[in-house]
Write a protein that binds this ligand. Structure first.
Ligand SMILES: Cc1cc2nc3c(=O)[nH]c(=O)nc-3n(C[C@H](O)[C@H](O)[C@H](O)COP(=O)(O)O)c2cc1C
Length: 345
């Protein structure tokens, strides 16, 4: 069915087509049709980070930034959905156009810049949701907050979302908020993660339930940088890592007239780069859950993410090109597997 409507969606400007597709999905959900079209969720439960995931396939952050479509998306078969990135205050994001399809490469460039309705709205939406899978909440900082003051924004978001989140992802890898990615390196990373870890532990005590804390990292890192991130993850007792966000590299799409649009590139061209990061992280962190994301467009590609070292996978760009059938394809391909397949280094 998706392949029948895709040409019409692709004739619209990418952001308009996204808005239309989400509206259509909500309508089909309200009519009780979406779930029937998608088929039953693949039942392949897995315990990780103290959580029970109904299957290994999740929605990556950025598609449902405000948690406005949780129930409709939940009906498509995801085991988990990561909402956000959310910031303390609502903000409009970058001027349009800010989303580009590189269809010959099954790729997307976006420079949204964390357009969202703010954390209070997102928390209300999550409270209202009836999605029975795992809900991760991805947090970031407002554009108007200086990078040096980023910690304050992350703590504001953390305080607001902790009570309703199944896990929390600290996003320090979006290329569209100036300076954000510098937080991934050196002393800045510990200076950020230390207080976030401490505050999460306090909130865990209040809620009397540990909420796993993860970071989301970029694919544009050298092996040495990955080693340093891994050390910081261990030092600060994080529960997991999401690898990876979009890339600022353009080599694989240089022939495309839109390749020089600023922003993060996602989809097929980021598959190998994200697998390399996952594999190197796994060598440094044999026991920490890794959520593998970047360029998954088939059950086989999802399987390769587990081979690289991931335990769970997430999808975004593949959904735009392949449609929601990709979710069950991936979940079925991973069904019955025992997680990260990477042999010990
Ligand atoms: C349009 C768009 C918006 C995104 N917004 C976010 C975001 O707000 N926060 C985030 O952590 N990642 C965001 N991402 C990155 C995705 O979550 C994912 O890490 C990346 O796209 C690689 O996966 P993919 O190749 O399956 O798309 C966004 C990606 C796209 C394409």
């Amino acid at each position: 069915m998706y392949h029948a409507i895709r040409p019409a969606l692709f004739r619209l400007a990418p952001e308009a087509s996204h808005t239309l597709a989400m509206g259509l999905l909500d309508t089909l959900h309200r009519l009780g049709v979406a779930k029937k079209l998608a088929g039953a969720r693949v039942d392949d439960p897995v315990e990780l980070m103290g959580l029970r995931f109904p299957n290994r396939v999740g929605l990556a952050a950025g598609l449902d930034k405000n948690a406005d479509h949780l129930d409709a998306l939940g009906g498509l078969g995801f085991g988990f959905i990561e909402v956000g990135t959310v910031t303390p205050k609502a903000q409009p994001g970058n001027p349009k156009p800010r989303l580009f399809r590189l269809a010959d490469h099954d790729a997307i460039i976006n420079r949204f810049g964390f357009n969202n309705k703010g954390v209070t709205h997102l928390v209300e939406q999550v409270r209202k949701s009836r999605f029975d899978g795992i809900i991760g909440i991805n947090i970031g900082k407002n554009l108007s907050t200086a990078v040096e003051d980023a910690l304050a924004d992350y703590l504001l978001c953390l305080d607001a979302v902790h009570e309703v989140a199944d896990y929390i992802a600290v996003n320090i890898s979006s290329p569209n908020t100036p300076g954000l990615r510098t937080l991934q390196f050196g002393e800045q990373l510990d200076a950020l993660l230390g207080p976030i870890r401490a505050r999460t532990t306090e909130l865990d005590d209040i809620r009397q339930q540990p909420v796993p804390l993860l970071i989301k990292i970029a694919p544009d890192m050298s092996e040495d940088e990955i080693a340093l991130v891994a050390q910081s993850i261990q030092r600060n007792q994080l529960d997991g890592v999401i690898a990876t966000n979009t890339t600022i590299e353009r080599q694989a799409v240089e022939d495309d007239p839109q390749s020089d649009e600023a922003g993060g590139l996602s989809g097929k061209p980021v598959f190998d780069a994200s697998n390399r990061v996952i594999s190197q992280l796994r060598d440094h962190l044999p026991a920490i859950p890794i959520i593998g994301v970047g360029g998954i467009d088939s059950g086989e590609a999802a399987r390769q993410k587990l081979e690289a070292g991931a335990d769970l996978v997430q999808l975004y760009s593949g959904l735009i090109y392949q449609g929601p059938g990709l979710i069950n394809d991936c979940a079925a391909a991973l069904s019955g597997t025992s997680g990260s397949k990477k042999p010990a280094a």
